[in-house]
Ligand binder design. Sequence first.
Ligand code: IVH
Length: 668
Amino acid sequence: MTDHDRILQLRETLHRHNYNYYILNAPTISDREFDELLRELSDLEAVHPEYADPNSPTQRVGSDLSQEFETFVHIRPMLSLSNTYNKEEVAEFYERVREGLANESFEICCELKFDGLSISLHYEDGQLVRAVTRGDGVQGDDVTANVRTIRSIPLQLAKDGSWPRSFEIRGEILMPWESFEALNRERESREEPLFANPRNAASGTLKSKQTAVVAERRLDAYLYYLLGDELPADGHYENMMAAREWGFKVSDAMRKVSSLDELYAFIDYWDTERRNLPVATDGIVLKVNSLRQQRTLGMTAKSPRWAIAYKFQAEQQSTVLREVTFQVGRTGAVTPVANMDPVQLSGTIVRRATLHNADFMASLDLHVGDHVLVEKGGEIIPKIVAVDEAFITSERGSRVEFIEHCPECGAKLIRYEGEAAWYCPNETGCPPQIKGRIEHFVSRRAMNIDTLGPETIDDFYARGLIHNFADLYDLTVDQLSGFNDTRIRSARKTIQAIEDSKQVPFERVLFALGIRFVGETVAKTLARRFHDIDTLSHASLDELLGVNTIGQAIAESVMAWFADMDNVFLVERLRSHGLQLQLSQDTLAAQSDRLAGKTVVISGVFAHHSRDEYKALIEQHGGKNTGSISAKTSFILAGENMGPAKLEKAKKLGVAIVSEDEFLQMIQ
Ligand code: IVH
């Protein structure tokens, strides 16, 4: 057998096993055998680049090269569905269909409404050729490279299938609950913002510029709509069953019904049963089954007349409010939290719910002992929607009032103009604020002293070892271990990590200080403009405001921070310990103003540096990077495969296009 034949054979075998595993849930070989075949294929492809195929099973792992999405105009617009929220509205839909079909008999296909993001897949000769997001319904992003990494989407249909030569199939891309929870746990440990729900997570993932990230995140897909000129049947349900035979993942929860009662039974069943599904659903979709009848009914401008969505109610439970407690955050903001009798809600036990702020809390008019309605919508944090009126008696407990003094340190709370939150102003004496600032200081993106978690900081603080972040640098191994031999190893590690942090570059030290409004980006900007902490601390308001992207609030906050003698003293202690309080010689030497006053747009895929690196280079040389092309753009730094829409716009506005190599020359 030639290498080429073996490659083709391996691809076919692997596609089949992939289908058995991800669609049928019935693998016929072990993971190890699968990996061995995949390895063999990948080795052969490496020596035969001439036989490369984007639909090869080896492409499922993705790549970390950065990509841009091209826009694709949908062959048929992607419409949305109109929503109904109760059975009366469903009955009205049923009646409209009956009238529209002049009393002809009809069937309705009932299916789950998956809560992810819709996708349109195009197949030619059994090959996946394109995957496009819904976008605005008329045009979307071509996300083919990302979609290829989703294991339940077939890249190549079985050769002996009866699929049409060319067709489109639409469905929903989802992140299963399990992957979603794992992802958020991981993000939490890295102190990255959490995704609010699986839909946002799936959508963020699918728009990722790196296919390897998508491959890692384990997305799934259900298909629910087949389009094309040569479909197998007149029935939508029958077409979907055929698609399942071709290798697509089609939900088992599809039923044809021919009466309103059967339809209600489907709704009632899934209203509770959906909680046991591995993916999020937010309703039921009802479709007239016959395509001929669908055409008779036609569309309105936005949605078909032959289909409708029925949305589930967000799950609500009634429980008893026991107490409202108040939490003080790192910035001193005070958040009220409701503590309730435990109650089962959408798969988890809920005991606490945020009440956001004083105004929200007051609007609920809560009394201790009230029965309250708790709801979990699309978000993960439960909320109290109202007092359950059914239980209100004349003898209510005392009304819950917002506190006037900090529950942690007793300081009188204050409110800043235009803000909803109350703050504890005792920045230097209030324990959660002190600990919060130290936690921020050691966090990964700041000083990255990763052996110090919140519990350790809590412990050190309780033992009186630290009161501020400068104290960290006075700690000794003996103090941490308490002369206890079993603790010595971890104490040494901690001290070493603190020692290592002295090499962290100035811009991150600046971020670590926790100056209000000075996030990572602002810290970088300030470091580049002022070079060292002394120049920055003496900068006038006008000098600060003169820096691009620094506004009044940031400038005032920086001034106020350095005007506080406690902070000046902290900085002096950091200096005496040898922290980096100025830009390094390397960074300074690498700076220039070759791109001063230039606004640059980055587009396409690059060979020598990543997009982020190019962004940093532009800033290092005094230029500004922006996202979209306008008359103000000085030039476009263009890699391979720049999007056609961008190219066109650049031509129209007469904006120069600079290649990667030309750009590197420019800043040499
Ligand atoms: S059919 C013209 N079926 O709901 C009909 N849509 O607002 C096209 N969705 O954008 C859609 N599950 O993303 C259909 N079983 C299902 C669905 C479904 C979820 C989504 C889809 C669409 C939105 C409708």
